[in-house]
Design a protein around this ligand. Structure first.
Ligand code: NAD
Ligand code: UFG
Length: 339
């Protein structure tokens, strides 16, 4: 077997799209996922798209024996680390669970990598690490700021852990990718976002209202200091984000901590997302305006020029494509991967 990429959390939303891009670029992929937020059906779909199957090991990143075994069995050269918990609200109710999965889990993973002599890591970080008071657009030279929930704090803590790891052992090369708001789906309509229970995030909520699984969207606040009063975010297509991981592998060729924002640089308001979704899909989208959601910031978007200048990466897919692809996935799979 040629050298392989270990993708933790590769059965999830962003991990599955990245796996497709890796396989299509000719990489061998080994996925480690405990399936706590994923469905095995995703592997059939990845195979349908690429004609190739990743190796799948069901297991937990917090289990060092599993990690040692995986790293002994397969010639891993790089780890792309998606595995973790990501629901902001839930993180406030279950902080220990979030710190255990996201922070402790990453430490256990890095210890196993150290034992195996693998020192190339790409980590899924988030725009949330810029904190509550950072000026927009967010740029990588800003310091990390005060986060408002345990999920965001866990991402910031992991960034610190990885920075200290590199300081202690400068042979490591580590990429911290700060994602803005990934939405959309593969254009085959075969893989996409399949949240369990009621979605927390805007796009899957909209898609489930449009398909009739949910009655009405609540827009959280219309009195923000933005153009139309609703919050603005930087939504990027999940396939562009996946490609960003492949492009960022080149940064691993030099040791260091390499930080990149992955976003489009364009803010879009909640209300304009709703209107554009209705126009593109011709589906009515009932909504009402409700109170603000605790912890939401008015507006943030990326300065993504560093990724463009250093990696040659730029988000290319339009908002229309993001919506079309979301809608194709949702209408072909009204119940997600549960047929
Ligand atoms: P996801 O929940 O779809 O994928 C995460 C995957 O990790 C799931 O398949 C889950 O089963 C697996 N997993 C969780 N804990 C695990 C553990 N302890 N051991 C093994 N597997 C485990 O989430 P996603 O949207 O694909 O996000 C991937 C990563 O990107 C996460 O780290 C997330 O925090 C980060 N991120 C996501 C967003 C977003 O908006 N989706 C934004 C910024 C950062
Ligand atoms: N929103 C609604 N109604 C909903 C859901 C969301 O009005 O039912 C609004 C929110 O108030 C916010 C916007 O839509 O203004 C986007 O909300 P999301 O929950 O989709 O995304 P967030 O920007 O709150 O957070 C997301 C991820 C975080 C990550 C952050 C930055 O959930 O994990 O992007 O990457 F940190």
């Amino acid at each position: 077997m040629n050298k392989a990429v270990l993708v933790t959390g590769g059965a999830g939303y962003i991990g599955s799209h990245t796996t497709v891009e890796l396989l299509e670029a000719g990489h061998q992929v080994v996925i480690l996922d405990n399936l706590c937020n994923a469905n095995r059906e995703v592997f059939n779909r990845i195979e349908q798209i690429t004609g190739n199957a990743p190796i799948f090991i069901q297991g937990d990143i917090r289990n060092s024996l599993t990690l040692d075994l995986v790293m002994q069995l397969y010639p891993i050269h790089t780890v792309i680390h998606f595995a973790g918990l990501k629901a902001v609200g839930e993180s406030g109710q279950q902080p220990l669970n979030y710190y255990e999965n996201n922070v402790h889990g990453t430490i256990v993973l890095c210890q196993a990598m150290q034992r195996a002599g693998i020192k190339r890591l790409i980590f899924s970080s988030s725009a949330t690490v810029y904190g509550e008071e950072a000026p927009v657009p967010y740029i990588e030279t800003l310091p990390r700021g005060k986060t408002s929930n345990p999920y965001g704090t866990s991402k910031s803590m992991v960034e610190q852990v990885l920075t200290d790891l590199y300081k202690a052992d400068p042979e490591w090369s580590i990429v911290l990718l700060r994602y803005f708001n990934p939405i959309g789906a593969h254009d085959s309509g075969l893989i996409g976002e399949d949240p369990r229970g009621i979605p927390n995030n805007l796009m899957p909520y909209i898609a489930q209202v449009a398909i009739g699984r949910l009655q009405q969207l609540s827009i959280f606040g219309s009195d923000y200091p933005t153009q139309d009063g609703t919050c603005e975010r930087d939504y990027l297509h999940v396939v562009d984000l996946a490609i960003g991981h492949l492009k960022s592998m080149q940064a691993l060729d030099s040791a260091g901590i390499h930080i990149y924002n992955l976003g489009t640089g364009q803010p879009v308001s909640v209300l304009s997302m709703v209107k554009t979704f209705e126009e593109v899909t011709q589906q009515p989208l009932p909504y009402r305006i409700t109170d603000r959601r605790a912890g939401d910031l008015a507006a943030f978007w990326a300065d993504a020029s560093k990724a463009e200048n250093e990696l040659g990466w730029k988000a290319e897919r339009t908002l229309k494509q993001m919506i079309e692809d979301t809608w194709r996935w949702q209408s072909n799979n009204p119940n997600g991967y549960e047929r």
